[in-house]
Ligand binder design. Sequence first.
Ligand code: GN1
Ligand code: MG
Length: 364
Amino acid sequence: MENLASIFKIVDEVGEIRPLKVGHINDSYIVGSKYEDGNWYFLQKINHHIFKDIDGLQNNINLVTQHIRTKLNAVGASDIDRKTLKLISTYTGKLYYQDNQGDYWRLYKLIRGTDSYDVITPELAYKAGKAYGNFQDILSDIPHDQLIETIPNFHNMEFRLEQFRESVKNNIANRLSEIQELIDEIEKRAEEMCLPERLFREGLLPKRINHCDTKVNNLLFDENDDPICIVDLDTVMPGFVLSDFGDFMRTGANTGAEDDIDLSKVSFNMEVYKSYTKGYLESASCFLTSTEIELLPFGAKLMTYMQLTRFLADYLNGDTYYKINNPLHNLQRSKAQFRLLQSIEVNYIDMQEFINRIISNQPD
Ligand code: GN1
Ligand code: MG
């Protein structure tokens, strides 16, 4: 993007702008400064085919980051600019810029000196669990009607199944014949996976403000390997806490990659599960109900299943949603998610027993 510095309130002269391969939806860039210790930025082209209300999206992010900032200030925290994202506004006072091709851009201050992980150790998983519990706690007093659902029904499994069945029915890319077995596996579990929506309707499961994209690499660690900042706030909205717990497990407790071609590498890592659960319950059990705690292992199953249906639906629709790096990419992702789901199912009783032991204070 040209003339960045004449649009956004940038301090220092802009140096090199480098694309960053992260995420499946937006395009991201690091904006360097001419000076090593100058101000560096993180630029994103927002995918407005997916995020349709850009004003609402940017207002959400602003509200959430300001809320965190206010609370950090109140407890006298140091280094606050590294502990929550900071949006840079434009010279016209907006939180994003629309260029003459209709694309939307936003700019954050870059948080430097951090690392994120695709593969995580149990030690880091424990700290990550605590960090996500704190995050939900900090955001718990934002009134739900102040945030829009940036993608309506985002983690609603009933809705995701409808979309999936629609894609099977339409078979737009003519890929149905190759994947009948996976479709049968999805349908076999469909009823079970809609449990949270049913509990919600019965008033037995609350919604809280959630991150809704707690991929393992959305948590930044500082120089001492302590969590410093949770990023990628596009989908912060009300949801079930089991979603955030489950999405971290889907990514952080997978011994393989999300799209691993070698399915023998994909399995569920119980050590990461145990450490994350411990950390999470330490910071979140003060606000969780017993139903929410019991459903945490279910969250791991559900989010892996949901991701399987979303990747497979995209494959059937001809790859219109997720970025792909080959024509079979969404199918590979689906197969890897299915393998992970099977591994979670094998471990499921142990996962539940572990939680029961923690809440009844028995040693592991
Ligand atoms: C997308 O773009 P990224 O990687 O942050 C997706 C998530 C999925 C994830 C799967 C808005 O997130 O819901 O879990 O891919 N984000 C959106 O890796 O759909
Ligand atoms: Mg994301």
